[in-house]
Design a protein around this ligand. Sequence first.
Ligand code: FAD
Length: 407
Amino acid sequence: MTPTGPSMDVGTTARRAVLISGASIAGPALAYWLHRSGCAVTVVEKAGAPRDGGYPIDVRGTAMEVVRRMGILPQLRDAHVDSRRCTFLDADGGEVASLTPGAVTGGVEGQDLEVRRGDLAAILHARVRDDVEFLFDDSIDTLDQSGQGVDVAFRSGRRRTFDLVVGADGVHSRTRESVFGPEERFHHHLGYCFAVFTMPNTFGLSREVVVWNTPGKAAALYAVGDSDELHAFLAFHRPEPPVDALRNPDAQRELVATTFAGAGWEVPGMIDAMRDADDVFFDTAGQIRMPRWSNGRVGLVGDAAYAPSFLTGQGTSLALVGAYVLADALAGHRDHTAAFAAYERGVRAFVTMNQALVGNGAATLFPTTARALEQRNTMLRGLVTMPSATARPAHSALTLPELAPTP
Ligand SMILES: Cc1cc2nc3c(=O)[nH]c(=O)nc-3n(C[C@H](O)[C@H](O)[C@H](O)COP(=O)(O)OP(=O)(O)OC[C@H]3O[C@@H](n4cnc5c(N)ncnc54)[C@H](O)[C@@H]3O)c2cc1C
């Protein structure tokens, strides 16, 4: 792709040139649809390659239609993790209830997909890599939209000009920070911290999740397929974010270990495994809520714009649906301001409904008082005898338009 020079929005003879920051879920999905509608697309990713591995994520409801239209449904079905059981334990490791995962998440068995985040990212990347320019191991250093396009200086020293830039760079988006201001303005702490890491599957767990709870604390072991590795998850209630620990891996491990000191079940072994693990990911559970998702020629998509948090299980689905609706809006409007407005109109209500699921997730996974935990356990036992058969309406609340023809 050659630099575009002055603005060349749709409607001129040149193809609209779009730079996307982030090559995980929202980025490659948007790249696919923008390429389909005639844009020249570049994706810049700070990692050296699509990030593999990772915890399992869900694709549900409206997002299933997005992946079907992308032609990747068969590959995703092959990658489907197909967890069979979700077992909840009490403080001593005694069983409270054992359910199908769909009964807990509001997903629909046989219709929804659960895949490793890295598998989804790899499948999306493979779908677009021949049509789209990828710049790995690089990132945007500065953005300047004072001219007729967006002048971008990359960390590598490259300089290019694009018609539009879209940040698909996740919950801690640098694109958002450089164009909209500091993360604190938009990040809403949901009262929990968590650490995820992998550890050896010495328990013989297979295609299942085991969740241990005491008030304000949860520990989970997630066995993806018959893997000899488990995804371990330790989460705890923390009304204010632990600011000092957020950028200090040693302090994070210490905080988790102190919080779970004296806990029962397999938690002591999990803490030991965390200390040995080289892939610990620690963060607070939070949502990104913004009044607008664009500023001039720069827009945001996916977690960067509206992360709903893992408590909803809908982050990936929102990223896929948001990418589709944004591409549709850009295909249908010559003027990028009108396109970004159409994007917001198209997807904001869907985002709001899905972000609102957070209360359900918190109540199920992390009751913070003994009373709330007992109520949760009663609810789970009820689901064993009378499983919920229907999907949560929020998952499917949007009917996708056919992709607009390029004007
Ligand atoms: C523990 C955990 C469990 C989860 N469980 C679920 C679940 O069950 N279901 C579900 O739907 N979702 C779940 N999620 C959320 C899900 O992972 C995200 O919502 C989803 O990945 C969002 O995709 P995204 O492409 O918007 O952002 P991300 O996946 O965060 O990708 C951002 C990309 O941008 C890149 N990047 C970052 N900064 C820069 C930069 N400056 N320059 C260039 N590139 C950059 C990153 O390397 C990354 O590749 C979970 C998340 C976590 C942390």
